[in-house]
Each structure stands twice: as C-alpha cells, then as structure tokens.
Design a protein. Structure first.
Length: 431
C-alpha cells in the first residue's frame, strides 16, 4: 500500500529537523584537546530541535499504527492465490532467543506430544536477533487464534561487556597462550658499514664492518586460560510451556539476561583458580590510574586513555556504571552549556573520546575501565547460550513445576594486560 500523504510529510519534517540539528552541532567550537565548547544559545537551540524531532517521531509512530490498523481491516482472510500457488508463506518476524527456542525442533516435538513423552527440552542458540520480510499479507498466530497486535518496534537490546570484543570461537576445553609482561624496543637506524668498533663512522678500510641491528627484548610468560561455564536455574509453572509469548519473554529477559549479567561481572572481577575466568581486574600487569580533582570526569577518562597510549596500545572501549555515564553525559561548563557534546540524534551510538561505551551495574560507581578489546584481550565462545527445560527436578511433579537452565561456556584470554587501564574516579572540585 502506498505511503499516505501525512506520513510522507512527517518524515520530511523529521529529515529537516535532523539536518538542522546537524548544522547546529557543526557550529560547536572544537578545543585543542579534542573537546567541544557549546554556548548557552547553541545548547538551547540543540535541545529545542531535538525535542521537536522526538515529537515528530512519536507522530510518525502513531500514524504508522493507524496504517497498520487499516491494512489489517483491508487484508484478505487468507494468503493470495498466487502465494498459495507457489507455496509461499509471507511473513514479517523478529526472532530473539525466545523465538528461536519455541521454534526449535526440540520444542515443537515436545509440544506435539503435549510435553508428556520427553522429560526435558533443550535448544541451543546464538545471541543475536534475526529479521526477515517477504511480500504478501502479514499474518500472526497467537495461542491458536488469529489476532493482530500490530508490528511492535524491536526491543532495545542491552549492550554488555562482550559486545566490545570481536567475535571468536573455540572448540577446545582449555586454551594455552603467552602473556606479554615486558617489552624493550631498541629499534633504530642501521648504517650499511661502520668502523671496526661497530659504532664509529666507516673509514673505508678493510677493517670496516657491516652494521648490525640492535636486539629488542620481549618478556613472555605461559598462561592457561580455562573455558568456564556460566549458568543459573529458574523454576516456573508447567503452563508457561504452552503460553508462547510468556515463554519468549521469560527466556529473553530472565534466563538469558541473567547469564549475561553474570558474564559482565566475571569478565571484570572473577578471581581465576584454574577452572574459573580471571577477570581483567585480577589480571597481573593491568595499569592503574587515579583521576585528579582538578579534572572533570570526561577529562579523567581522557587521561586514562593517554596512559594506555603511552604503552603503545590504542583503546577501543570503556566500561563504566550507569550512574557515572550519566555524569559524563550531563557535564556542563561555566555557562551552563554541555562541556562535551555527544551525539543525541535518533539511533546514535554511545561513544566518548571515540571509544565505544558499555554501561553496566557490574561496574562500581567508583571505577571505570578502558582497554584495547580484541588486541589486548579476547573473548572465546566455546558454547553459546543454551536453554534446557526439565520436569524431573526435586518435587517438580508434585507442584506442577518445570526447571529452566541457561548456560554458556567461554574463555577470556589477556595476552597484553598493559593495554587496559583501571581508572578510579575522583570527585572534581572545579566548578
């Protein structure tokens, strides 16, 4: 169905507001240290345009909802004759971990038998969302009856520490590697010929020698990185197996996020004992930095970045608590304007000083962590998140309960600990 005139006009207005916001942001003054200075007038104008853009976006969402209602009312009772002829089943769907579970062969087989023939259901899945769109009518089936609830926006996916790492997998139970504990770089220019002492300029005599490159020093120590398991259990009434929407939400928001939160904590704070991960906080060689009271919070981050750069590593990400990320974002100068301009456009990425940001409650309000994720440390997935459902646990049969178990296996390799800096916040005394 062609896009209606109101929707086109609203989108045109949103594009104009986005362009206006871009023009205002381009007028921000750039300081020598890479920060931004924003005047009160600029800040007010930027806030006004952003507010108007958000209002237009809400109107677009409402208009699209009305379009979907009209499409539903005008839709035929079934697929088109052409679609049926070619065996097509057009659909639009957003697949989360919960969707993959209820669509797995294991779940469907158990469901067909009324969950009576097998004591448990197990499905393995990878943590990513899948979206597909095919032409034709859009149909939904919920709990056995046709009910159209509209097309909801994709649920916001919370970012975790693992999202800072490039993807890597392993098929082994234990990883062995070398950790760099020191480096002396003696590289320099080498002339073709020197005098007999190997240092003085060449004399042209037969006693001259060819230049020898200096020898640098690299200290390495062997390290074992165990593949550890992160898991937890939750009980629920057996009826949830037949209630697919609730089951998807249960898996996505409770089972999976529970594993991911524990993973965040372990990657940061776990104490290695040969079978557990050694978190970055407990890895020997990680640098430390304490902020200065004369610096704003954003400046303390920048100085910690410099500490990593002096060790010849380029940081790629920062981990901090939600409370401290808020303080960084709302910093103001003496005129009440934002001291550090951040992208506030719709869909903007979280970045500060060009670093990707992950805010997690696994990080205390007193600290932050920056580092070269991928180069200085690498996360290796042995098994992606798996969900197992069983009725055979304790007195589940008597109480009509089932037990869910979510688990994953992974290893954390830290070959270059100097590439990470643990920062300690200091409350700024500057106005």
């Amino acid at each position: 169905m062609p896009e209606n005139t109101r929707l086109k006009e609203l989108k045109r207005q949103l594009q104009e507001k986005s362009a206006e916001a871009e023009r205002i942001s381009q007028s921000f003054k750039v300081e020598d240290n890479g920060g931004f200075v924003v005047s009160t007038e600029q800040a007010n104008a930027f806030k006004k345009v952003s507010s108007e853009a958000q209002e237009i976006k809400s109107l677009i969402d409402a208009e699209q909802g009305l379009v979907q209602v009209k499409q539903y009312l005008d839709a035929p009772d079934g697929p088109s004759a052409a679609a049926m002829h070619y065996g097509q089943t057009p659909a639009m769907e957003g697949k989360s971990l919960g969707d993959l579970f209820v669509e797995s062969d294991a779940y469907r087989t158990a469901a067909q038998a009324g969950f009576r023939d097998r004591p448990y259901v197990r499905a393995e899945m990878e943590g990513k969302s899948i979206f597909s769109l095919a032409g034709g009518s859009v149909t939904h089936q919920v709990l056995g009856s046709a009910q159209n609830l509209g097309i909801a926006e994709r649920m916001f996916r919370k970012f975790h520490v693992r999202d800072l790492f490039p993807k890597s997998t392993t098929k082994n139970a234990v990883l062995y590697g070398a950790r760099e504990t020191g480096w002396t770089n003696n590289a320099k220019q080498v002339k073709e010929r020197y005098a007999a002492d190997g240092v003085s300029p060449a004399t042209g005599a037969d006693t001259d020698v060819y230049g020898r490159a200096p020898r640098s020093k690299l200290s390495l120590t062997p390290v074992m990185y165990p593949v550890a398991e992160v898991a937890h259990l939750l009980d629920a009434h057996k009826n949830i197996l037949s209630d697919e929407p609730r089951l998807k939400t249960f898996i996505n928001q409770r089972m999976v996020e529970g594993v991911k939160y524990a993973e965040d904590w372990d990657l940061l704070h776990s104490v290695g004992d040969g079978q557990s991960l050694t978190g970055l906080y407990n890895t020997p060689g990680v640098q430390q930095y304490t902020g200065l009271a004369t610096d704003k919070y954003s400046v303390q981050i920048r100085r910690a970045i410099t500490k990593a750069l002096l060790a010849e590593y380029d940081p790629t990400g920062i981990v901090l608590s939600p409370t401290m990320w808020e303080r960084v974002e709302v910093e103001e100068d003496k005129n009440g304007a934002f001291r550090v301009a951040v992208a506030v456009a719709i869909g903007a990425e979280k970045k500060v000083w060009r670093l990707n940001v992950v805010e997690t409650t696994a990080m205390a309000d007193t600290d932050f962590l920056i580092g070269a994720f991928g180069l200085g440390a690498q996360l290796h997935d042995r098994e992606n998140v798996s969900v197992t459902v069983s009725s055979e646990n304790a007195d589940n049969f008597e109480r009509g309960l089932i037990t869910f178990r979510a688990d994953e296996r992974l290893a954390l390799e830290v070959p270059r600990p100097e590439s990470f800096v643990i920062g300690t916040w200091t409350t700024p005394t500057v106005p």
